[in-house]
Design a protein around this ligand. Structure first.
Ligand code: ACO
Length: 429
């Protein structure tokens, strides 16, 4: 039996139910507090707020644990693929061979974009950021299929989810080709998910891109490691939009916008830019570390720190190891990797970072892998978005399948002006 929390306010005691999650996470349910007492809770930035109950992903930030549907990320990274993991996240179980075959063939059947969408692509300026193009095009896609604009329908959800996962990769590759003034390369149904993405990015009409096993595996793993991360900024955004009963494409397009910011998915681009500028300035990283500790400098050590992880991000460990292997296999020696390692080594010994429990996060090394794969820096956050799509879709489905789900509507504490008189424009000072 769960305990009851007691809260004393204005001489009265209020009883609030508590609950414990499967991993022992404890929570006080304050949903009736305002009704009972007139008080709301204030939690700027939601650092101590559980916005939902979820069965998808578990994180223990203190211990550096990440599990999708109960499976440790390290195991999935070693044994699974992005497509299989996408199925796991969305449907809750690893697929059987037949389920995986069906899901993969749905992805293949839905890889093409409506031909008229090319006019939308043409409307963007060549230097348009691919994240802006991605979110706009995901929404535009749904205009070409009235079914997609309709509210959630479990009968067609499987198809919608596959459409989105498949098309986002085609849109991303087309956006990149457009930004380089290159002709779009159509997907090949014989290629698997990640192979097809690399093909659409790097093949030319006259020559197919050579698919190297280690390159395909590395990118597939990057997608997999990004596939979900519980109630982060973009996933909460997707759930927020979904809670208004917006369609899947609109909800996930909003997720793309939230992910774009440099404090979230945009950090992978920021990390690489930081490493490049350190390299260009001739610094080995020590000067930059000193700046990152000085609040007045306005600099942070990008790729370090996390709202939830107060330990090494388990994804960063996997990526760092993969990074070393990939660079060796491709015979690449990247000075930026040396700077990153030096920064990490210095920061992990520095009391500023130790006291604040700031460790490398997933973005710290992912940029170096993507650079080795030939992916341009402005596409880094797009790669993150392709990877995160199954997590967003799984969260969308969880909101929609919950019969008790209500529109998300936080409250606020108003600290603005008290009522005042309207002053006509000619009398204002
Ligand atoms: N470099 C230097 N100092 C930092 C850093 C950093 N990267 N991150 C946090 N700090 C300091 C803060 O200045 C603050 O110091 P103070 O207590 O002396 O004021 C303290 O550590 C706590 O930082 P907050 O900003 O309160 O932590 P919060 O949980 O709000 O932010 C965040 C987390 C946004 C990830 C932050 O660590 C950061 O900006 N990191 C760099 C950007 C980044 O890598 N983002 C990717 C996150 S992972 C992802 O989205 C996939």
């Amino acid at each position: 039996m769960n305990k009851t929390a007691k809260l004393e306010l204005d001489g009265k005691v209020y009883e609030l139910p508590t609950l414990v999650g499967t991993e022992g996470e404890k929570a006080v349910d304050i949903s009736t507090l305002r009704q009972q007492s007139g008080y709301i809770t204030l939690d700027d930035g939601y650092a101590n707020t559980g916005s939902c109950k979820s069965k998808i992903t578990f994180i223990d930030g203190e211990k550096g644990i990440l599990r999708y549907r109960g499976y440790p990320i390290e195991v999935l990274a070693e044994k699974s693929t992005f497509v299989e993991t996408a199925y796991l996240l969305i449907y809750g179980e690893l697929p059987t061979a037949n389920q995986l075959k069906r899901f993969s063939s749905l992805l293949t059947q839905n890889e093409m974009l409506h031909e008229d969408l090319k006019y939308q692509f043409e409307g963007f300026p060549a230097h348009g950021h691919p994240m802006a193009i991605l979110s706009a095009m995901i929404n535009a896609c749904s205009c070409f299929d009235p079914e997609l604009m309709e509210p959630y329908n479990p009968a067609i959800f499987e198809l919608e989810a596959a459409r989105l996962i498949s098309k986002v990769r085609t849109i991303a590759a087309f956006a990149y080709r457009k930004s380089r003034g290159l002709p779009a390369i159509y997907p090949k149904p014989t290629y698997k998910y990640t192979e097809n993405f690399l093909h659409m990015m790097f093949s030319e009409p006259y020559q197919d891109y050579e698919l190297r096993k280690e390159v395909v595996q590395a990118l597939d793993m990057v997608f997999l490691l990004h596939a979900d991360h519980e109630q982060n900024c973009s996933t909460s955004t997707v759930r927020m939009v979904a809670s208004s009963r917006a369609n899947l494409f609109a909800s996930c397009a909003a997720g793309v916008c939230a992910l774009w910011g440099p404090l979230h998915g945009g950090a992978n681009q920021a990390v690489l830019e930081m490493l490049k500028s350190i390299h260009a300035s001739g610094d080995d990283g020590s000067r930059f570390i000193a700046e990152a500790k000085d609040k007045k400098s306005g600099h942070r050590l990008m790729g370090f720190g996390h709202r939830v992880y107060k330990n090494y991000d388990p994804r960063a460990k996997i990526i760092k190891a993969k990074c070393d292997k990939l660079l060796a296999a491709l015979k690449i020696s990247d000075p930026l990797l040396d700077i990153a390692k030096k920064l990490e080594e210095t920061a992990l010994k520095d009391s500023y970072f130790i006291e604040r429990k700031l460790y490398p996060n997933v973005d710290f090394y992912s940029g170096i892998i993507m650079r080795a794969l030939g992916i341009p820096v402005e596409m880094f956050t797009v790669i993150f978005a392709i990877g995160r799509m199954p997590g967003w879709i799984a969260n969308y489905k969880e909101v929609m399948d919950d019969p008790a789900s209500r529109i998300y509507r936080p409250r606020q504490v108003f600290v603005g002006p008290a009522p005042r008189d309207y002053v006509p424009i000619d009398q204002r000072k």
